[in-house]
Design a protein around this ligand. Structure first.
Ligand SMILES: C[S@@+](CC[C@H](N)C(=O)[O-])C[C@H]1O[C@@H](n2cnc3c(N)ncnc32)[C@H](O)[C@@H]1O
Length: 253
C-alpha cells in the first residue's frame, strides 16, 4: 500500500508489519509490490536495491556481486596470474568465472578454467562448466580430468543452502570447505593457491593445522564487498607444498 508521508515528504511504502521500511532500515530504495512477498524476501530485495556493490557489479557486466569480492582480494594479493589453470568450485551464476577469464587472459587460449555447481551456469568464454555436486566422487573425477589432473589455483565460493539454524549452516559450509581442500591437495601444483569461503570464527583447529602444514602462508580475508554484518570470510592459502616435493627430515627431496 502506498500512503502519503505525514510531513509532506514523498509517499512511503509500508512493510507487512505496517511500519515504514525506510524508517525501519534507513534504506532509501524500496522494492515495488512489497505486499504478497515474505518479509524476509522484502528485506533481501531492499538490501540488494540499496547495495552499491550490486549496482557496480551490474554496471560492469558481472553476474554477481561476488565477482567484486574476488577482484578486491586479487587486487591486494595478486594470485590470479595470466595463463594459470584454475578450478572454481560452486561457480554459479558465474561472476568468479568472468573475473578469472579476464585476469588469467583466457582469450589467449593458454589458460584452463573449469567450474562446477549444483545449479546450471550460463557459458563463460573459454571455461568448461559442469553441473554437479562436489560431495559426489564422480563429479570430482570429472573436473580433475577436465583440468588435466593439475591446477595452479583452486577457488571455492561454495555455501550450503541455509536452514536458518546457524550452527547447522556453519557445519555444512565447513564440510564443503574440507572437501574443497581435499580436492585442492589432489590437483594443486607445487606453489599453488587455494582460496575458499569460510565463516568468521572460522575453521576448526585440525583443519587450520593441515592448511598451515600444506601451504607456506595462510590468511583470513574480508573484502569490502563482503557485507560487514555477514559471518562470511575467506581463507587464502598460498605456496602449496606438494607432499612428494616436500623435503624429508634430512632436507632431501
Ligand atoms: C555464493 S554462490 C557462488 C557465487 C559465484 N562465486 C559467483 O561469483 O557467481 C555459492 C554456490 O555454491 C554452490 N554449491 C553449494 N553446495 C554445492 C555442492 N555440494 N556442489 C557444487 N556446488 C555447490 C551453490 O549452488 C551456489 O551457486
Amino acid at each position: 500500500m502506498v500512503g502519503a508521508g505525514s510531513r509532506g515528504g514523498p509517499p512511503r511504502k509500508k512493510g507487512s508489519s505496517g511500519r515504514s521500511y525506510r524508517a525501519k532500515t534507513g534504506l532509501t530504495i524500496q522494492p515495488k509490490n512489497m505486499r504478497g512477498r515474505k518479509p524476509s524476501s522484502n528485506r533481501w530485495l531492499t538490501r540488494q536495491l540499496n547495495d552499491p556493490f550490486v549496482a557496480e557489479a551490474q554496471k560492469r557486466g558481472y553476474r554477481s556481486r561476488a565477482a567484486l569480492k574476488l577482484e578486491q582480494m586479487d587486487d591486494k594479493h595478486k594470485f590470479l596470474r595470466p595463463h594459470a589453470a584454475v578450478v572454481d568450485l560452486g561457480c554459479a551464476p558465474g561472476g568468479w568465472l568472468q573475473v578469472v577469464s579476464r585476469r588469467c587472459k583466457l582469450d589467449a587460449g593458454k589458460a584452463k578454467l573449469v567450474g562446477i555447481d549444483l545449479l546450471a551456469t550460463d557459458p563463460v568464454a573459454g571455461a568448461q562448466i559442469f553441473e554437479g555436486d562436489i560431495t559426489d566422487e564422480t563429479s570430482l573425477d570429472m573436473i580433475t580430468s577436465a583440468i588435466g589432473g593439475k591446477a595452479d589455483i583452486v577457488l571455492s565460493d561454495m555455501a550450503a543452502a541455509t536452514t536458518g539454524h546457524r550452527q547447522t549452516d556453519h557445519l555444512r559450509t565447513m564440510a564443503l570447505l574440507e572437501i574443497a581442500l581435499d580436492f585442492a591437495e589432489d590437483v594443486l601444483t607445487q606453489g599453488g593457491t587455494f582460496l575458499a569461503k569460510a565463516f568468521r570464527g572460522g575453521a576448526d583447529g585440525d583443519f587450520m593445522t593441515s592448511l598451515n602444514q600444506r601451504f607456506e602462508k595462510v590468511r583470513y580475508l574480508k573484502p569490502a564487498a563482503s557485507r560487514a554484518e555477514s559471518v562470511e570470510t575467506y581463507l587464502l592459502a598460498t605456496g602449496y607444498r606438494r607432499p612428494e616435493d616436500a623435503p624429508d627430515e634430512q632436507g632431501l627431496i
